[in-house]
Ligand binder design. Structure first.
Ligand code: NAP
Length: 315
């Protein structure tokens, strides 16, 4: 008999059926994927690995012998916050397709800022015919915060497009053609040179509120920023005051403290803010389920658990 792999999705997820179908199909030759609410008591006790997508922690706790969980998302801050430290190991989704999609989004929105599209949009609204000074990509420094899977792919793509790229990570890093910084002095140094700041750090205890009043003030005058990481990495009050006092030129925001963004939020109407509905790098069902199937297949065959989250670091 094939082992049963529980699937524990977010309550009320609209994509649940699509995921269920794809996972079932991809794992069918060696396992049976079963939604959490259809498991028998024996199946709950027997489960060593489960596939999760923003699950209710009580559902995960009801699988007492789990060794690890495979998340369908790349960001796992909810899992690290909600699952006990001595609970199952957390494996986040690491999909090369996602790095490609994210680097495309970073390039697209960097070009949007680089070619002054927000200002041309405002000029059109006011029927203003005015040519703005054009800079070359070489004259524009893009600072990428977080040089992991997504940040390093984005840095390379920006570099290939001619931008000067600098980056920052927790530990020391070397990336071809990218000046890399780390540590708090490194951050101040990077911010002071940055025209366009791209946030791609995970949300952890250390990165929460990392871009606050001081960091905004440390940015080069006229800088713009793109938040493709998680909402709470950026302090919205500090951002708004930086935009309103003219220190910052524009912000492209894809992620928010609470999603969907509240209708009452001043961000919706702000001339210097572009609001996106968390679309920079969605999980792609096809490639993601292939990766999940391979990870779980390897584990069932030889007990190999993929690289997992370091609970002390938080990512
Ligand atoms: P990753 O491979 O784990 O890389 C994280 C990077 O951030 C690493 O370079 C790490 O430094 C750095 N970092 C972590 N904590 C730091 C700190 N305190 N100070 C400085 N640098 C720090 O993660 P990833 O796959 O690139 O994904 C990054 C994040 O993107 C995810 O966690 C998720 O929140 C977000 N995301 C957003 C979307 C979207 O659609 N908007 C989609 C997917 C993912 P080290 O290199 O030293 O470890």
């Amino acid at each position: 008999m094939k082992p049963v792999i529980p699937f524990v999705p977010e309550a009320d997820s609209v994509e649940r059926e699509t995921w269920e179908e794809e996972l079932r199909k991809n794992l069918a030759s060696f396992a049976e994927v079963k939604p959490f609410d259809q498991l028998t008591d024996d199946e709950r006790v027997a489960a060593k690995v489960a596939i999760v997508a923003n699950p209710n922690p009580a559902d995960v706790a009801a699988l007492p012998n789990l060794v690890w969980v495979q998340s369908l998302w790349a960001g796992v801050e909810r899992l690290t916050a909600e699952l006990p430290e001595d609970g199952p190991l957390i494996v986040r989704l690491q999909d090369p397709q996602m790095a490609d999609t994210m680097s495309e989004a970073v390039l697209a929105w960097t070009l949007y800022l680089h070619r002054d599209m927000p200002r041309y949009r405002l000029q059109q609204r006011e029927k203003v015919w005015r040519e703005l000074l054009l800079k070359t990509p070489q004259e524009r420094t893009v600072g990428v915060l977080g040089l992991g899977k997504l940040g390093s792919a984005s840095a390379q793509r920006l570099k290939a497009n001619g931008f000067r790229v600098i980056g920052w990570s927790r530990s020391e890093k070397h990336l071809d053609g990218v000046e890399c910084f780390h540590g708090s002095d490194g951050l101040t140094n990077l911010l002071g040179q940055t025209d366009i700041l791209v946030l791609l750090v995970p949300l952890t205890a250390e990165t929460r509120g990392m871009i606050g009043e001081k960091a905004v003030g440390d940015l080069k005058k006229g800088a713009a920023l793109i938040n493709f990481a998680r909402g709470p990495v950026l302090d919205i009050d500090a951002l708004l005051s930086g935009l309103d006092n003219g220190h910052l030129s524009h912000a492209v925001l894809d992620v928010f403290d609470k999603e969907p963004l509240d209708a009452a939020s001043p961000l919706w109407q702000h001339d210097k803010v572009t609001v996106l509905p968390h679309i920079s790098a969605p999980t792609i069902t096809g490639t993601a389920t292939n990766i999940v199937a391979r990870n779980i297949g390897d584990y069932l065959k030889n007990g190999q658990i993929p690289q997992h989250v370091d609970r002390k670091r938080g990512y």
